[in-house]
Design a binder for this molecule. Structure first.
Ligand SMILES: [Zn+2]
Length: 94
């Protein structure tokens, strides 16, 4: 979404917005189970930064205002800093 590179859906991180209509938080949804409108992003800090700069989240998630990307950035940074590991961190508690 942010960088417009195409990728298989399985490689993209689903992101949803949680909020009260004014302020909202972006939350990663790696299990793709959370309800609501989702956006898809490469799990990559550069892609997140691009999406923010383009305000792509607002368009994709139909929200206005400035999103709080703290939780999402943390998730992405955590998953990219351990990219040497096979994907198997799902059971790790926050
Ligand atoms: Zn991307």
């Amino acid at each position: 979404m942010g960088c417009r590179r195409r990728a298989p859906a399985g490689e993209l991180l689903r992101v949803i917005a949680v909020g009260d209509g004014v302020d909202y938080n972006l939350r990663p949804d790696p299990a793709r189970k959370l309800p609501g409108r989702g956006a898809h992003l490469h799990p990559d800090p550069a892609c997140l930064a691009l999406a923010q700069r383009r305000r792509a989240f607002g368009r994709a998630l139909r929200v206005s205002g400035v999103p709080d990307t703290g939780a999402l950035a943390e998730h992405i940074n955590a998953s990219t800093s351990t990219s040497g590991n096979p994907a198997g961190r799902g059971s790790q508690a926050r």
